[in-house]
Ligand binder design. Sequence first.
Ligand code: SF4
Length: 337
Amino acid sequence: MALTNRFGWSISRESLFDDCRRSYYFHYYMSWGGWKASSSPLCREAFLLKRLNSLPLWRGQLVHYVASKVLESMRRKGRIPAEDDVTGYIAERFRKQFAFSESRGYLASPKKQGGRLNIDWLALIDHEYGRGVTDERREKALFECVEGARGLLRSSILAEIMDTDPSSWVIENIDLAEFAQTFDFEGATVFAKTDFIFRGNDGTYNIVDWKTFSGPVPGVEDPAGPDEGKAGIQMGVYGLFAARVTGEPLENIRLHEINLLAGGSRSEHRIDGGNIDFFLGHVRSGIGKLKGVLTGSDIRRNEPLPPGHFPRNSGARCAGCRFFRICLDPSSAVRLD
Ligand code: SF4
Protein backbone atom coordinates (compact mmCIF):
# COMPACT_ATOMS: atom_id res chain seq x y z
CA MET A 1 0.00 0.00 0.00
CA ALA A 2 1.38 3.41 -0.97
CA LEU A 3 2.33 5.67 1.90
CA THR A 4 0.22 8.79 2.22
CA ASN A 5 1.18 12.03 3.87
CA ARG A 6 -1.75 12.29 6.25
CA PHE A 7 -2.78 15.41 8.09
CA GLY A 8 -2.74 15.29 11.86
CA TRP A 9 -2.44 17.52 14.90
CA SER A 10 -0.14 17.18 17.87
CA ILE A 11 1.22 19.67 20.35
CA SER A 12 4.73 19.39 18.85
CA ARG A 13 3.43 19.90 15.31
CA GLU A 14 1.63 23.06 16.32
CA SER A 15 4.69 24.26 18.25
CA LEU A 16 6.87 23.91 15.17
CA PHE A 17 4.27 25.82 13.13
CA ASP A 18 4.28 28.62 15.71
CA ASP A 19 8.09 28.74 15.91
CA CYS A 20 8.79 28.97 12.19
CA ARG A 21 6.40 28.21 9.36
CA ARG A 22 9.21 27.59 6.89
CA SER A 23 10.62 24.94 9.21
CA TYR A 24 7.13 23.41 9.48
CA TYR A 25 6.89 23.32 5.67
CA PHE A 26 10.26 21.58 5.35
CA HIS A 27 9.43 19.07 8.08
CA TYR A 28 5.91 18.04 7.14
CA TYR A 29 5.74 18.67 3.38
CA MET A 30 9.02 19.34 1.57
CA SER A 31 10.67 16.24 3.06
CA TRP A 32 7.83 13.89 2.14
CA GLY A 33 9.05 11.15 -0.23
CA GLY A 34 12.70 12.15 0.33
CA TRP A 35 13.64 8.52 1.00
CA LYS A 36 13.16 7.78 -2.72
CA ALA A 37 16.10 8.18 -5.11
CA SER A 38 13.69 9.57 -7.70
CA SER A 39 12.73 12.55 -5.50
CA SER A 40 14.14 16.00 -6.14
CA PRO A 41 17.49 16.91 -4.51
CA LEU A 42 15.69 19.46 -2.32
CA CYS A 43 13.18 16.88 -1.14
CA ARG A 44 15.92 14.35 -0.36
CA GLU A 45 17.95 16.97 1.48
CA ALA A 46 14.90 18.04 3.53
CA PHE A 47 14.33 14.38 4.45
CA LEU A 48 17.95 13.99 5.60
CA LEU A 49 17.82 17.19 7.66
CA LYS A 50 14.42 16.42 9.15
CA ARG A 51 15.88 13.43 10.96
CA LEU A 52 18.67 15.38 12.63
CA ASN A 53 18.43 15.76 16.38
CA SER A 54 19.60 18.46 18.76
CA LEU A 55 21.66 17.30 21.73
CA PRO A 56 18.96 18.16 24.34
CA LEU A 57 16.23 16.50 22.29
CA TRP A 58 18.28 13.31 21.86
CA ARG A 59 19.11 13.22 25.56
CA GLY A 60 15.39 13.33 26.39
CA GLN A 61 14.57 10.64 23.83
CA LEU A 62 17.24 8.32 25.21
CA VAL A 63 15.92 8.65 28.75
CA HIS A 64 12.40 7.91 27.46
CA TYR A 65 13.68 4.85 25.65
CA VAL A 66 15.38 3.51 28.75
CA ALA A 67 12.22 4.22 30.81
CA SER A 68 10.24 2.01 28.41
CA LYS A 69 12.91 -0.73 28.72
CA VAL A 70 12.78 -0.53 32.54
CA LEU A 71 9.00 -0.97 32.46
CA GLU A 72 9.25 -3.91 30.06
CA SER A 73 11.81 -5.52 32.37
CA MET A 74 9.51 -4.95 35.38
CA ARG A 75 6.66 -6.63 33.54
CA ARG A 76 8.84 -9.59 32.56
CA LYS A 77 10.69 -10.12 35.84
CA GLY A 78 8.27 -8.73 38.43
CA ARG A 79 10.82 -6.41 40.03
CA ILE A 80 12.45 -3.02 39.56
CA PRO A 81 15.89 -3.48 37.95
CA ALA A 82 19.09 -2.59 39.82
CA GLU A 83 20.25 1.01 39.47
CA ASP A 84 23.77 0.06 38.33
CA ASP A 85 22.38 -2.10 35.52
CA VAL A 86 20.15 0.70 34.25
CA THR A 87 22.72 3.50 34.50
CA GLY A 88 25.31 1.23 32.84
CA TYR A 89 22.86 0.45 30.04
CA ILE A 90 22.00 4.10 29.36
CA ALA A 91 25.68 5.11 29.37
CA GLU A 92 26.46 2.32 26.88
CA ARG A 93 23.62 3.37 24.57
CA PHE A 94 24.74 7.00 24.85
CA ARG A 95 28.33 6.25 23.82
CA LYS A 96 27.31 3.95 21.01
CA GLN A 97 24.80 6.37 19.54
CA PHE A 98 27.11 9.34 19.89
CA ALA A 99 29.93 7.48 18.09
CA PHE A 100 27.49 6.45 15.33
CA SER A 101 26.48 10.06 14.78
CA GLU A 102 30.03 11.40 15.01
CA SER A 103 31.15 8.98 12.28
CA ARG A 104 28.06 10.02 10.28
CA GLY A 105 26.94 6.40 10.14
CA TYR A 106 23.42 7.71 9.50
CA LEU A 107 24.38 8.43 5.89
CA ALA A 108 25.02 4.73 5.22
CA SER A 109 22.67 2.83 7.57
CA PRO A 110 18.87 2.90 7.49
CA LYS A 111 17.07 4.13 10.60
CA LYS A 112 14.41 1.47 10.26
CA GLN A 113 14.70 -2.05 8.93
CA GLY A 114 12.13 -4.85 8.88
CA GLY A 115 9.63 -2.59 10.68
CA ARG A 116 11.97 -1.98 13.63
CA LEU A 117 14.04 1.03 14.52
CA ASN A 118 17.81 0.70 14.71
CA ILE A 119 17.89 2.00 18.25
CA ASP A 120 21.52 3.12 18.03
CA TRP A 121 20.81 5.21 14.93
CA LEU A 122 21.50 8.85 15.65
CA ALA A 123 22.17 11.95 13.57
CA LEU A 124 23.04 15.05 15.55
CA ILE A 125 22.65 18.49 13.98
CA ASP A 126 26.13 19.43 15.21
CA HIS A 127 27.77 16.47 13.47
CA GLU A 128 25.97 16.96 10.16
CA TYR A 129 26.90 20.65 10.14
CA GLY A 130 30.52 19.86 11.01
CA ARG A 131 30.47 21.80 14.26
CA GLY A 132 31.30 18.90 16.54
CA VAL A 133 30.30 18.66 20.19
CA THR A 134 32.69 19.77 22.92
CA ASP A 135 33.69 17.24 25.58
CA GLU A 136 31.97 19.44 28.13
CA ARG A 137 28.61 19.40 26.33
CA ARG A 138 28.84 15.67 25.67
CA GLU A 139 29.70 14.85 29.29
CA LYS A 140 26.88 17.09 30.56
CA ALA A 141 24.39 15.30 28.32
CA LEU A 142 25.70 11.91 29.49
CA PHE A 143 25.47 13.02 33.12
CA GLU A 144 21.86 14.11 32.59
CA CYS A 145 20.97 10.81 30.94
CA VAL A 146 22.35 8.89 33.92
CA GLU A 147 20.59 11.28 36.32
CA GLY A 148 17.36 10.81 34.37
CA ALA A 149 17.64 7.03 34.76
CA ARG A 150 18.31 7.47 38.49
CA GLY A 151 15.34 9.83 38.81
CA LEU A 152 13.14 7.18 37.22
CA LEU A 153 14.29 4.42 39.56
CA ARG A 154 13.99 6.67 42.62
CA SER A 155 10.58 8.08 41.77
CA SER A 156 7.87 6.90 44.15
CA ILE A 157 5.64 6.19 41.15
CA LEU A 158 7.77 3.23 40.08
CA ALA A 159 7.10 1.29 43.28
CA GLU A 160 3.43 2.21 42.95
CA ILE A 161 3.37 0.87 39.39
CA MET A 162 5.16 -2.33 40.45
CA ASP A 163 2.32 -2.99 42.85
CA THR A 164 -0.34 -2.93 40.10
CA ASP A 165 -1.51 -5.56 37.62
CA PRO A 166 1.00 -5.54 34.70
CA SER A 167 -1.68 -6.72 32.28
CA SER A 168 -3.11 -3.17 32.42
CA TRP A 169 0.19 -1.54 31.51
CA VAL A 170 0.57 0.25 28.19
CA ILE A 171 4.25 0.83 27.47
CA GLU A 172 5.33 3.06 24.59
CA ASN A 173 6.88 0.78 21.99
CA ILE A 174 9.80 2.85 20.76
CA ASP A 175 11.44 -0.07 18.92
CA LEU A 176 8.50 -0.21 16.52
CA ALA A 177 8.14 3.58 16.37
CA GLU A 178 4.43 3.13 16.91
CA PHE A 179 2.00 5.97 17.38
CA ALA A 180 -0.27 3.90 19.56
CA GLN A 181 -2.52 6.69 20.76
CA THR A 182 -4.51 8.68 18.28
CA PHE A 183 -8.09 9.82 18.21
CA ASP A 184 -10.35 11.47 15.71
CA PHE A 185 -11.38 15.03 16.42
CA GLU A 186 -13.86 16.65 14.03
CA GLY A 187 -12.36 14.75 11.09
CA ALA A 188 -8.68 15.24 11.97
CA THR A 189 -6.33 12.74 13.61
CA VAL A 190 -4.94 13.87 16.95
CA PHE A 191 -1.70 12.24 18.17
CA ALA A 192 -1.51 11.81 21.92
CA LYS A 193 1.57 9.54 22.29
CA THR A 194 1.57 8.86 26.00
CA ASP A 195 4.68 7.50 27.70
CA PHE A 196 2.96 4.98 29.96
CA ILE A 197 -0.51 4.02 31.21
CA PHE A 198 -1.51 1.87 34.14
CA ARG A 199 -4.64 1.01 36.10
CA GLY A 200 -4.27 1.87 39.79
CA ASN A 201 -5.31 -0.57 42.47
CA ASP A 202 -8.04 1.94 43.38
CA GLY A 203 -9.46 1.65 39.84
CA THR A 204 -8.01 4.97 38.59
CA TYR A 205 -6.76 5.29 35.01
CA ASN A 206 -3.23 6.71 35.23
CA ILE A 207 -1.30 8.36 32.39
CA VAL A 208 2.37 9.06 32.99
CA ASP A 209 4.52 11.65 31.26
CA TRP A 210 8.29 11.49 31.85
CA LYS A 211 9.83 14.96 31.81
CA THR A 212 13.51 15.53 31.23
CA PHE A 213 13.78 19.26 31.53
CA SER A 214 16.78 20.63 33.43
CA GLY A 215 16.76 24.35 32.74
CA PRO A 216 16.85 26.77 29.81
CA VAL A 217 17.49 24.81 26.63
CA PRO A 218 19.46 26.63 23.96
CA GLY A 219 18.52 26.09 20.33
CA VAL A 220 15.36 24.76 18.85
CA GLU A 221 12.31 22.63 19.45
CA ASP A 222 12.93 20.58 22.56
CA PRO A 223 9.53 19.14 23.45
CA ALA A 224 10.85 18.51 26.91
CA GLY A 225 11.36 22.25 27.18
CA PRO A 226 10.26 24.76 29.76
CA ASP A 227 6.95 25.86 28.33
CA GLU A 228 4.57 25.22 31.18
CA GLY A 229 1.57 26.20 29.06
CA LYS A 230 2.37 23.59 26.42
CA ALA A 231 3.10 20.95 29.04
CA GLY A 232 -0.33 21.63 30.51
CA ILE A 233 -1.98 21.32 27.10
CA GLN A 234 -0.11 18.05 26.52
CA MET A 235 -1.50 16.62 29.74
CA GLY A 236 -4.96 17.81 28.70
CA VAL A 237 -4.61 16.00 25.36
CA TYR A 238 -3.75 12.79 27.22
CA GLY A 239 -6.88 13.29 29.27
CA LEU A 240 -8.98 13.80 26.13
CA PHE A 241 -7.52 10.60 24.71
CA ALA A 242 -8.49 8.66 27.84
CA ALA A 243 -11.99 10.11 27.89
CA ARG A 244 -12.70 9.77 24.17
CA VAL A 245 -10.97 6.52 23.25
CA THR A 246 -11.28 4.41 26.35
CA GLY A 247 -14.52 6.00 27.58
CA GLU A 248 -12.94 6.42 31.01
CA PRO A 249 -15.03 8.71 33.30
CA LEU A 250 -13.24 12.03 33.86
CA GLU A 251 -13.17 11.63 37.64
CA ASN A 252 -11.21 8.41 37.18
CA ILE A 253 -8.39 9.87 35.11
CA ARG A 254 -5.08 10.83 36.73
CA LEU A 255 -2.35 12.61 34.77
CA HIS A 256 1.14 12.33 36.25
CA GLU A 257 4.11 14.46 35.33
CA ILE A 258 7.35 12.94 36.59
CA ASN A 259 10.44 15.11 36.38
CA LEU A 260 13.26 12.63 36.03
CA LEU A 261 15.96 15.27 36.32
CA ALA A 262 14.55 16.42 39.64
CA GLY A 263 14.88 13.07 41.37
CA GLY A 264 11.63 11.74 39.90
CA SER A 265 9.48 14.40 41.57
CA ARG A 266 5.77 14.14 40.80
CA SER A 267 2.91 16.45 40.01
CA GLU A 268 -0.63 15.32 39.33
CA HIS A 269 -3.21 16.93 37.05
CA ARG A 270 -6.87 16.28 36.41
CA ILE A 271 -9.16 16.74 33.49
CA ASP A 272 -12.66 17.73 34.53
CA GLY A 273 -15.77 19.68 33.62
CA GLY A 274 -13.92 22.88 34.48
CA ASN A 275 -11.07 22.54 31.97
CA ILE A 276 -12.14 20.04 29.31
CA ASP A 277 -13.68 22.79 27.14
CA PHE A 278 -10.41 24.69 27.30
CA PHE A 279 -8.46 21.66 25.99
CA LEU A 280 -11.04 20.92 23.30
CA GLY A 281 -10.93 24.58 22.24
CA HIS A 282 -7.14 24.51 22.03
CA VAL A 283 -7.09 21.41 19.83
CA ARG A 284 -9.85 22.84 17.62
CA SER A 285 -8.05 26.15 17.11
CA GLY A 286 -4.72 24.35 16.53
CA ILE A 287 -6.25 22.21 13.80
CA GLY A 288 -7.82 25.33 12.29
CA LYS A 289 -4.43 27.02 12.19
CA LEU A 290 -2.71 24.08 10.44
CA LYS A 291 -5.64 23.68 8.02
CA GLY A 292 -5.29 27.33 7.03
CA VAL A 293 -2.09 26.60 5.05
CA LEU A 294 -3.64 23.76 3.02
CA THR A 295 -5.16 24.16 -0.42
CA GLY A 296 -8.87 24.70 0.17
CA SER A 297 -8.25 23.93 3.88
CA ASP A 298 -8.76 20.33 2.80
CA ILE A 299 -7.20 17.99 5.35
CA ARG A 300 -7.99 14.93 3.22
CA ARG A 301 -5.85 16.19 0.35
CA ASN A 302 -3.31 17.62 2.78
CA GLU A 303 -1.69 19.61 0.00
CA PRO A 304 0.24 22.66 1.24
CA LEU A 305 -0.17 26.14 -0.21
CA PRO A 306 2.90 27.40 -2.13
CA PRO A 307 6.05 28.00 -0.01
CA GLY A 308 5.38 31.75 0.12
CA HIS A 309 2.64 30.95 2.65
CA PHE A 310 5.29 29.55 4.97
CA PRO A 311 7.45 32.58 5.82
CA ARG A 312 10.82 32.30 7.52
CA ASN A 313 10.99 33.30 11.14
CA SER A 314 14.65 34.20 10.95
CA GLY A 315 16.37 34.92 14.23
CA ALA A 316 18.52 33.45 16.93
CA ARG A 317 17.08 29.98 16.32
CA CYS A 318 18.34 29.77 12.75
CA ALA A 319 21.96 29.08 13.76
CA GLY A 320 20.90 25.81 15.42
CA CYS A 321 18.12 24.90 13.00
CA ARG A 322 18.35 21.56 11.26
CA PHE A 323 17.05 23.11 8.02
CA PHE A 324 19.54 25.98 7.90
CA ARG A 325 21.33 24.54 4.87
CA ILE A 326 18.29 24.48 2.60
CA CYS A 327 16.80 27.64 4.06
CA LEU A 328 19.44 30.30 4.57
CA ASP A 329 22.91 28.96 3.75
CA PRO A 330 24.13 31.05 0.78
CA SER A 331 26.82 28.48 -0.04
CA SER A 332 24.35 25.63 -0.42
CA ALA A 333 23.60 24.42 -3.95
CA VAL A 334 20.29 22.96 -2.78
CA ARG A 335 18.11 25.65 -1.25
CA LEU A 336 14.53 26.85 -1.30
CA ASP A 337 14.54 30.56 -2.17
S1 SF4 B 1 16.82 28.44 9.29
FE1 SF4 B 1 15.52 29.86 10.48
S2 SF4 B 1 13.97 30.62 9.03
FE2 SF4 B 1 14.90 28.76 8.16
S3 SF4 B 1 13.58 27.07 8.75
FE3 SF4 B 1 15.20 27.24 10.28
S4 SF4 B 1 14.36 28.55 11.90
FE4 SF4 B 1 13.10 28.83 10.08
